[in-house]
Design a protein around this ligand. Structure first.
Ligand code: GLU
Length: 497
């Protein structure tokens, strides 16, 4: 490539200002750890008044999944994690999808050869397999034996002109150490002799992650790299690539893993790996985001409920921990409940409506039902079981009428329920106050305790012993006609028992 090619690209590199990126591989759904990285990158960029880039790292063709990039855009948008530059928003250093930048990686790989920090490797699969077997047999750690680093210029030229397939490998200086600083893990020092001459450009011309990542971070003007600590071990190789090009390295911030417990990672099988799993389980996106912000980062202090804007204010790299973050469902549930309680009545209604509709098809006052539910559940997925009696009274055992504390049972219900029916059937107004005053005077007339009337009513009307609101509220939800019908059915059943 001529000088002009490089000059053109490098003249576009934004300079000055804080620039970070989220660089997922589109290999499937967005993992919770991925969202946390995106969130931290967003918080850092916002706090610094800088730029967040979304870059799709799709150079591994075998692992690429169709539609995964779109899923990433959608999930980030749903979370409110906005970015300033990216495939679907454009920007000064486009394209932001690695498979569209192949020519760039090829050119920079050759430039690295010219700089003496990379070389063509013509070893075929058999040769490499043989090396591996020899290493395995002699129990030495397998590493490419660097034979192609020793090829003469003539040998290389003749293999290239014969179109012998090749890869390009990084040439790691075997002496000395590579040292870098990580904002979380501190100073990291690695003996160069432990690093392999990794492939940077594959035989199909596609770069490997390690190479594309470095070239892109440089050409996109990235000043801060934040990512999972599974990349910490590859970072020395990245640092050597920067040095090979004569470029400054970005600042590194590696974040700890998220674990299900001390030994197990979050997993697809346990349904706790993906953001979508949690939405399906009835968690609110704000609660999930708030919770994952706290997985591996602590603001210090007691407070734990933060909006996205508050997180921007509070977030600080110094609060990121080195140790793995253990996922704590209890805490997530508590936070989710706190978010549900804090909603306005109408927000809460909108959130629970789809869950009510899962089991209720009758025309009922869903706003009233929502007002009774708010505060009762930590999870939206608990809603259907709360309201499953509304379409039809659940079949129940007469035993449910027995409540020792309320001093009531089926024979008490047999006496009370016809009286309830007679009292409320005369009502011309059907609302909580009217029903309440009618039932109160009935309780008085019968010389009973409230529970001796209200308990059998609840069982007769719902078939349940726990309901959102009490028996009077159930009458209101069901409406007069349905209430009387259910009372009649219960009276008949008790009479025949
Ligand atoms: N593509 C890598 C991943 O999927 C990104 C690593 C990085 O941020 O450098 O996690």
């Amino acid at each position: 490539m001529d000088k002009q090619f490089f000059e053109n690209i490098e003249s576009k590199i934004p300079r000055g200002g804080f620039r970070t990126r989220f660089a997922p591989s589109p290999t499937g759904f967005l993992h919770l750890g991925g969202i946390r990285t995106a969130l931290y990158a967003y918080l850092l960029a916002k706090k610094a008044g800088g730029t967040l880039i979304l870059r799709i790292e799709d150079t591994d063709r075998e692992r690429r999944v169709d539609g995964a990039a779109e899923y990433i855009y959608k999930t980030l948008a749903a979370c409110g994690i906005t970015y300033d530059e990216g495939p679907n928003v454009g920007g000064p250093v486009a394209p932001y999808v690695q498979s569209e930048r192949q020519e760039i990686y090829g050119a920079y790989a050759v430039r690295l050869i010219e700089n003496g920090h990379a070389y063509y490797c013509f070893c075929d699969k058999e040769t490499l397999d043989e090396q591996r077997l020899i290493h395995e047999a002699s129990r030495v750690p397998h590493r490419y034996d660097r034979r192609c680093a020793a090829l003469s210029a003539e040998e290389i030229a003749s293999k290239l002109s014969a179109k012998t397939p090749y890869v390009i490998r990084q040439k790691v200086e075997q002496n000395g150490k590579t040292v870098f600083n990580d904002a979380v893990y501190g100073r990291i020092e690695v003996e160069n002799s432990t690093l392999e001459d990794q492939v940077i450009l594959k035989s199909d011309g596609m770069p490997t992650y390690n190479f594309a990542n470095v070239v892109d971070d440089r050409l996109m003007g990235v000043t801060h790299v934040i990512r999972g600590n599974e990349f910490l071990a590859s970072t020395p190789k990245h640092v050597l690539l920067y040095q090979g090009f004569g470029w400054d390295t970005p600042a590194y911030i590696h974040v700890p893993q998220i674990m299900r417990n001390a030994t197990k990672k979050l997993s697809k099988r346990d349904g706790d790996a993906y953001f979508g799993d949690f939405i399906e389980k009835g968690y609110l996106k704000d609660a999930i985001l708030n919770y994952i912000a706290l997985l591996g980062w602590s603001p210090g202090g007691e407070e734990e409920k933060f909006s996205l804007e508050e997180l921007v204010q509070k977030f600080d790299v110094a609060g990121i921990s080195k140790s793995p973050a253990i996922f704590d469902y209890q805490k997530l549930n508590w936070l989710n409940g706190a978010y549900l309680r804090a909603m306005s009545e109408s927000e809460y209604h909108d959130a629970v409506l789809p869950y009510i509709k899962q089991v209720v098809t009758r025309d009922v006052d869903t706003r009233y039902i929502a007002s009774l539910l708010q505060g009762r559940c930590e999870l939206l997925s608990e809603i259907p079981e709360q309201v499953d009696f509304i379409d039809a009274a659940l079949p129940h055992d007469l035993e449910l009428y027995t409540n020792k504390k309320m001093k009531t049972d089926a024979s008490g219900a047999k006496i009370v329920l016809p009286q309830v029916r007679a009292a409320i059937s005369a009502l011309s107004q059907w609302n909580k106050d009217a029903i309440h005053s009618e039932i109160s005077s009935l309780v008085e007339r019968l010389g009973m305790k409230n529970g001796q009337v209200l308990w059998p009513m609840r069982v007769a009307l719902s078939g349940k012993t726990f309901t959102p609101g009490g028996s009077i509220e159930i009458c209101v939800i069901l409406g007069k006609g349905e209430t009387l019908m259910r009372l009649d059915a219960a009276i008949e059943r008790l009479a025949n028992a």
